[in-house]
Design a protein around this ligand. Structure first.
Ligand SMILES: [Zn+2]
Length: 404
């Protein structure tokens, strides 16, 4: 049974700390550290931490540039372009999308497929598994359209759109004692404030266990921990989750991991197994479930994987809205939806940083010297992903293309 762990929104040190308090001390049955999926937005994200989190083996996915629901293409593609330019994430590694506010439409799914994404994970699976009409489906392709519905406009997605080979990874709800009326999707530990019957973390833990067990004893559909880590941060000013909530989530994961064949995974890892399923006895051989990529010799590391800016190599991009650090050189202006990858700002007396090429993977790329630190066959890499930036020739795009 797979437990999918995801986080949404900005990547900051306090959100990474919040995730790590649940994952850093754990191992999957093969002895490797669990990985998770981070649905990242541009706003308030510290790009060097995205680089580090990706180099540690986690999945970086798209959550639009400025966190808008029912997003236009530029919001979806712009985030990809900025993550590639400023965090050095290969385009081919960014395969997943989650709609802000889970507000997606048939059009969103079409845009994602057209932009070369592999999957969406925004659809609520909120009918109990004990119900014959359950919609807690395993991930599926849209060869026959959506089996789940859109959250924003009821009835608008079922059966649509037909996108052969494009995947939906449903978001599996937990159900409290009220059944269909008591579905909890993201951050169920916060639902006490939303008028739910949950009165404390003990009650939340009980219904989370009950739903897990229904999956485990049923069709073994995955279950999800869909977090907004800022709500679980003990270091972000003004946010003080109770220790009992943090302990409750760890208790849940401890309890789940004691059961046989339970793996904590990213969406990407889950999908790799679904696309090429093997029996549990052979899970150790699944490449996507193995430990991280080959490690760079610590003495050779430039920026990637160095937690502190120990060599002064990171640039501080001091934009007023959301300052960030990057090893890939600051842009001259704040990235925007209209211009997600502005020209690089090169301080006097310095060289421009080299951005990730298509023939070197992030852990081995030296953006200062512009060279790949590993040329052995086990770190050979080619980013043969879609070309982003090919847009329909709308009047706005033409204006942006030809101005100045
Ligand atoms: Zn969000």
């Amino acid at each position: 049974m797979f437990v999918v762990f995801t986080a949404d929104d900005a990547v900051q040190s306090y959100t990474i700390d919040a995730v790590n308090q649940f994952l850093a001390h754990r191992q999957n049955p093969n002895g490797c550290a669990p990985k998770m999926t981070y649905f990242t937005s541009l706003n308030f994200t510290n790009y060097t931490l995205v680089t580090d989190w990706y180099v540690a083996g986690n999945e970086i996915a798209d959550h639009t540039m400025t966190h808008v629901g029912d997003p236009p293409q530029d919001e979806i593609d712009g985030n990809l372009i900025a993550l590639n330019a400023l965090a050095g994430i290969p385009l081919k590694s960014i395969i997943g999308f989650r709609a802000p506010f889970l507000n997606f439409s048939v059009n969103t799914l079409k845009l994602l497929a057209a932009a070369g994404f592999t999957y969406d994970s925004s659809a609520p699976a909120a009918i109990p598994v004990t119900d014959p009409g359950t919609d807690a489906f395993w991930p599926y392709t849209l060869d026959n359209g959506m089996a789940n519905d859109c959250l924003a406009v009821a009835g608008s997605c079922k059966g649509q759109p037909v996108l052969p080979g494009f995947w939906e990874i449903p978001m599996y709800a937990y159900f409290d004692e009220r059944g269909p009326a008591g579905a909890h999707l993201m951050d169920p530990w916060l639902d006490g404030a939303n008028g739910a019957t949950k009165v404390n973390d003990t009650a939340t833990l009980e219904y989370m266990k009950a739903t897990f067990t229904a999956h485990y004893n049923g069709n073994r559909q995955p279950i999800g921990l869909y977090t907004h880590p800022i709500h679980l941060s003990t270091t972000y000013p003004g946010v003080n989750p109770s220790n009992s909530t943090i302990n409750m989530i760890n208790t849940f994961l401890d309890w789940a991991q004691v059961q046989q064949d339970v793996w904590i995974v990213s969406n990407e890892q889950l999908l790799a197994w679904v696309q090429n399923p093997v029996p549990t006895s052979q899970l150790d051989s699944v490449a996507a479930l193995k430990c991280s990529t080959p490690q760079v010799d610590a003495s050779q590391k430039i920026c990637n994987g160095i937690p502190a800016n120990e060599n002064g190599l990171l640039s501080h991009c001091a934009f007023s809205d959301f300052p960030f650090f990057t090893c890939y050189g600051c842009p001259e202006t704040e990235p925007t939806v209209g211009n997600p990858n502005p020209a690089q700002q090169v301080p006097d007396g310095q060289q421009a940083r080299f951005r990730l090429p298509t023939n070197c993977s992030t852990p081995f790329w030296d953006p200062v010297a512009g060279k790949c630190l590993c040329t052995a066959s086990d770190c050979a890499f080619t980013d043969n992903s879609r070309s982003i930036g090919v847009r329909p020739l709308t009047p706005l795009y033409l204006y942006l293309l030809f101005r100045a």
